[in-house]
Write a protein of this length. Structure first.
Length: 674
């Protein structure tokens, strides 16, 4: 390796010597460009002097062994040897920007994106009259956007997004007549959208999303006839949906999500945008029906109208489109009509559909069997929060790439089909709050990528299948409020990824598995209101991450187990059981307690007065008649402390005896003996 470095330095030195000889041979050429070359070199060295971090060693070549035109990231013109490009994109550099960057008078590309440049943008950049592309995105730059950038009359691309720029967008930018792309998104810009931007007749892409812009979109935007991408999502813009936008017939991507727009969409919106591919209008206050003319935008692939106030039916003509993303959830669609789900059948023609979100609307009627015929590319389905009834079609197993299936809060009935187990890519199965019956299919154990299982609030029976232990990525199991019986399978206690388990309000029996302590990532467990019995396993004290432990309303017996190592425990409810014995001292020392409920048991002895026991609002010990003491607000009886009895000496009896020799003997004895 060392020999290679020496060889590299040798060739670099050789190149330097050759350049020196060339300069001697052509003195006129050297004299003409020496001053300009020196200016560029000094500017580069000034740039390097501000670098405080260069973890990749990118600027190691910036030394006298190499001509500056051969330095990493630098490109020079062939004839004049002037810097025409400085590209250090994504090199993890940290520095402030020197004002000397304004001395690159021949530069046409300056790309410092994806670094950690901080401080303000130097106004000297406005001197770069030949620059065509300026990219300072994805840095840590603050301050204002210098209005003098409008002097860079040749600019075609200006990217200042993903920084911390403040104040308003300079109206002067509207004079950049050559500008094709303007990216100012993901900053802290305020004020309104400058009307002068309507003068950028060559503009093709405008992105000012993720800022704090307010007010209405100016009508001058209608002049941007070449605009293809218009993104102003996540601002505070308001007013009716801008009619000026309907003139932008070249639009391919329109994004106005997360604003405060009101009003209705034009019935002819699909005709206004014949080239439209994506439209994002989520999280606004738009009303009226979804225009059927969307189907005339034959290139439309992505529709996001989530969280608005749309009403009426969903046009069946959407089946003509090659949709990939169709999100209309959280509206008032369907209007309670029984045929409101018919559009699902038409969507079976969308062979590239990946996401379908119609949740939290007013759709009624039977879930169409045709849902099983949707695209096999489908990844996410959201049907929750409607009034959909009927069975879950067995053919839903055809959707082999499905990762998320949300059907909660409907009126679905019948059993959970065994065929769901064929969805081996499923990560989230959410069927809670329906009217499902029967057992939990053991076939669900075949979904080895399952992370979230929500089956709560149904009428499911029998036990939890032990086959779920095959789902080694399971993090959440919610099966509460059902009619489940039997014991908890010991196999479930081997799922190391499990952090939340709620089986409350069922009729499960038996003791808790002793190996529950294997759930070292468990944060919360709620098994309240079942019929569990036996002692609470002391191994639960090994679940060191435990935050919530709810076991109330069962038939547990014995003492409170040792839980002193559960330093994160916030809520412990052991009420309404048959626990006995004294209050363990460790409960006083657990630092994170927010609530402790030991009521309705058979606990006895003196109640502590420190820790959680000193907080009346965080403690409940009612229904333990043998408890005493505690703080005054609990109104428990005083603890009776019986003084230890002192040993009593029995009185000695005096005996007078006259023996045969007439001597008188006086003695003492116990129990009548001398």
């Amino acid at each position: 390796m060392a020999s290679m470095m020496k060889l590299s330095k040798f060739f670099s030195l050789l190149a330097f010597i050759c350049m020196f000889i060339i300069n001697l041979s052509f003195p006129g050429y050297a004299a003409a460009d020496t001053l300009g070359n020196e200016t560029d070199k000094l500017a580069l060295l000034a740039f390097k002097s501000q670098i405080t971090e260069d973890p990749l060693g990118v600027l190691a070549s910036w030394n006298d062994y190499f001509h500056f035109c051969n330095w990493t990231g630098v490109t020079c013109s062939n004839e004049q040897q002037r810097v025409i490009s400085l590209n250090l994109q994504g090199q993890r550099l940290s520095a402030t920007l020197t004002s000397y960057v304004g001395n690159f008078s021949f530069i046409n590309l300056l790309d410092l994106s994806g670094n950690s440049f901080h401080g303000e943008i130097p106004p000297e950049l406005g001197k770069l009259g030949r620059i065509q592309n300026l990219n300072l995105s994805n840095n840590l730059l603050g301050g204002e956007i210098p209005p003098v950038l409008s002097n860079c009359s040749s600019l075609r691309g200006l990217a200042l997004d993903h920084n911390y720029l403040v104040e308003s967008v300079p109206p002067e930018l509207g004079s950049l007549s050559e500008l094709r792309k303007l990216y100012l998104g993901n900053n802290n810009l305020t004020g309104s959208v400058p009307a002068s931007l309507g003068n950028l007749s060559s503009l093709q892409e405008l992105d000012m999303s993720y800022n704090q812009l307010k007010g209405e979109i100016p009508s001058t935007i209608s002049q941007l006839m070449n605009l293809q991408v218009f993104r102003l999502s996540v601002n505070n813009l308001s007013g009716e949906f801008p009619h000026a936008l309907y003139n932008l017939t070249s639009l391919e991507f329109l994004a106005l999500s997360f604003n405060n727009f009101t009003g209705k969409l034009s019935n002819n919106i699909g005709l206004s945008y014949p080239n439209l591919q994506k439209i994002w209008l989520a999280y606004n206050f738009l009303t009226g029906s979804i225009p059927e003319s969307f189907s005339n935008a034959s290139n439309l692939q992505n529709i996001d109208l989530l969280h608005n106030n749309f009403t009426g039916k969903v046009p069946r003509s959407f089946g003509k489109l090659d949709l990939q993303y169709f999100s209309i959830g959280f509206n008032h669609l369907g209007s309670g009509e029984p045929d409101g789900l018919n559009f699902i059948t038409s969507l079976t023609n969308c062979s590239n559909l990946e996401l379908l979100h119609i949740g939290d609307n007013q759709f009624e009627g039977i879930l169409p069997v045709s849902i099983a015929n949707l695209s096999t590319k489908l990844i996410e389905i959201y049907l929750e929060g409607n009034q959909i009834n009927g069975n879950i079609p067995k053919g839903i197993s055809n959707l082999v790439n499905l990762h998320t299936l949300f059907m909660r809060s409907n009126y679905l009935n019948g059993t959970i089909p065994d065929t769901l187990g064929m969805l081996s890519n499923l990560g989230a199965l959410v069927l809670g709050s329906n009217q499902l019956t029967g057992k939990i299919p053991p076939s669900l154990g075949n979904m080895t990528r399952l992370i979230n299982l929500f089956l709560y609030d149904n009428h499911l029976e029998r036990g939890i299948p032990s086959s779920l232990a095959n789902c080694i990525q399971l993090a959440i199991i919610f099966v509460s409020n059902n009619n489940l019986t039997g014991s908890i399978p010991q196999e479930l206690m081997e799922i190391q990824s499990l952090w939340s388990f709620n089986g409350s309000h069922n009729s499960m029996t038996g003791p808790l598995p002793e190996n529950i302590g294997n759930l070292t990532h468990l944060i919360e467990i709620d098994l309240s209101y079942n019929k569990f019995s036996g002692g609470i396993p002391s191994t639960i004290g090994n679940c060191l991450a435990l935050n919530i432990l709810l076991l109330q309303g069962n038939s547990f017996m014995g003492g409170i187990p040792y839980l002193a190592d559960l330093q994160n425990l916030n809520y412990l409810d052991l009420s309404s059981n048959n626990l006995s014995g004294k209050i363990p001292p460790f409960l006083v020392n657990l630092p994170s307690f927010l609530f402790l409920n030991l009521s309705s048991n058979n606990l006895e002895g003196e109640l502590p007065v420190t820790g959680v026991f000193s907080n009346l609002s965080a403690l409940d010990v009612r229904g333990n008649p043998k408890l005493c003491g505690g703080i005054q607000g609990l109104h428990l009886p005083l603890c009776y402390r019986q003084e230890p009895k002192k040993a009593q000496r029995k009185p000695l009896k005096l005996i007078l005896v006259i023996d045969k020799y007439n001597f008188v003997l006086i003695g003492a004895h116990k129990k009548g003996r001398l």
